[in-house]
Design a protein. Structure first.
Length: 284
C-alpha cells in the first residue's frame, strides 16, 4: 500500500497556492513584514518540493481556519482521508437502516385535527434605530482605476488624510495598516471590502519602515502598470496576485506580483509611486 507524502515529495499547484494563502494570513496578522512576505511568496510560487514549502511557513502562527481548510501536505497520516470516508460511510449506512425500519412499522394512526385559536398580533412599538456605518461586501475592485479612486476617497473620509503604512490591493478587497494614533511604534490593521472594518489586530511596527502618501500615487500610471506587469515579468498570460504599496526603509514603492497561468510560479516588479519601473524580477 502506498505511503504518505515525504518531505521530498514534489509539490502540486494546490500545495503552492495553499502555502501562499497561509503567507497571506500571516502577513495580514502582522507576523511578516512587507518585503519578507513578498520574498516568501515568490519562493512559494516556484517551490518544487513540500520541504521547500514547509520551510516557508513552519515558523508562523496561523488561525485554525487556514490550516484546516488549506493545509500544505506533510509526511504521515497517509490513510486519514480513508478513515474519514469509512466513518462517514458507516454513519450513512446506519441512518439508512434506521429509516428503512421506521418505514416498515406501518402507517401512523389518523388523529383528528384540533382547532387552534389564533390571536391577532399586537402592533409593534416604533423603535428608533441608530444609524450604522455600512460595510459593503463584495463591491470593491481595488485593481481597477475606479476601484482605486473609490478606495482612496473612502480612506480620506474615514481617517481624515491619505497617509497609510502599508496597503495591499487584491482583486476584490484590500488589506491595510495604519500607524496607531496613540502608539507610534505600532500599527492597526484594517480590511476593505467596499467599506473599512478593523481586523482587531495591533502589531509592532518594523524599525526603519516609513509611511506612504496615497496622494502621491499616479492612479492612471498604476493601472497601466497592473496591465503591463504580466508582460514585463515574462508571463503574458499570467494574472495579478496583488499589489503592495509600502516603504521598507528606502522610500515608498509600488510592488506588483504576478502568477503564471498554472499558478506554479511567477515574478514581480517594483516601481515608484509615479509608475516608473526600477526593478523587475522575472518569472522562473
Amino acid at each position: 500500500m502506498a505511503s504518505g507524502p515525504s518531505s521530498q515529495t514534489r509539490a502540486r499547484d494546490l500545495d503552492r497556492v495553499n502555502a501562499c494563502s497561509q503567507l497571506d494570513a500571516a502577513y495580514a496578522d502582522g507576523q511578516l513584514g512587507a518585503h519578507e512576505y513578498h520574498d516568501r511568496t515568490a519562493q512559494a510560487m516556484s517551490a518544487k518540493t513540500l520541504a521547500e514549502l514547509n520551510l516557508l511557513i513552519s515558523d508562523l502562527q496561523l488561525p485554525s481556519s487556514i490550516t484546516t481548510q488549506a493545509p500544505v501536505r506533510t509526511a504521515g497520516s497517509p490513510r486519514r482521508a480513508l478513515r474519514i470516508a469509512v466513518a462517514c460511510g458507516t454513519v450513512i449506512a446506519v441512518g439508512a437502516i434506521g429509516l428503512a425500519l421506521t418505514e416498515q412499522d406501518g402507517p401512523d394512526p389518523v388523529t383528528p385535527p384540533v382547532p387552534v385559536q389564533v390571536e391577532k398580533p399586537l402592533a409593534r412599538p416604533e423603535v428608533e434605530v441608530p444609524a450604522v456605518e455600512p460595510i459593503i461586501v463584495g463591491q470593491a475592485q481595488p485593481l481597477t482605476q475606479d476601484g482605486i479612486h473609490a478606495l482612496f476617497e473612502q480612506y480620506r473620509q474615514k481617517f481624515g488624510d491619505l497617509t497609510v503604512h502599508e496597503l495591499g490591493l487584491y482583486d476584490e478587497y484590500a488589506i491595510l495598516s495604519r500607524t496607531s494614533p496613540d502608539a507610534p511604534d505600532k500599527v492597526d490593521r484594517y480590511d476593505f471590502r467596499g467599506g473599512f472594518k478593523t481586523s482587531g489586530t495591533r502589531t509592532q511596527r518594523l524599525p526603519g519602515t516609513g509611511e506612504v502618501d496615497l496622494a502621491q500615487v499616479n492612479v492612471p500610471a498604476l493601472v497601466a502598470l497592473i496591465a503591463d506587469a504580466p508582460q514585463l515579468v515574462g508571463v503574458p498570460d499570467g494574472t495579478i496576485g496583488h499589489v503592495l504599496l509600502a516603504d521598507g526603509g528606502k522610500g515608498p514603492t509600488i510592488n506588483v506580483y504576478v502568477y503564471d497561468k498554472e499558478q506554479t510560479g511567477g515574478g514581480y516588479l517594483r516601481a515608484t509611486l509615479g509608475g516608473d519601473v526600477w526593478q523587475v524580477n522575472p518569472a522562473r
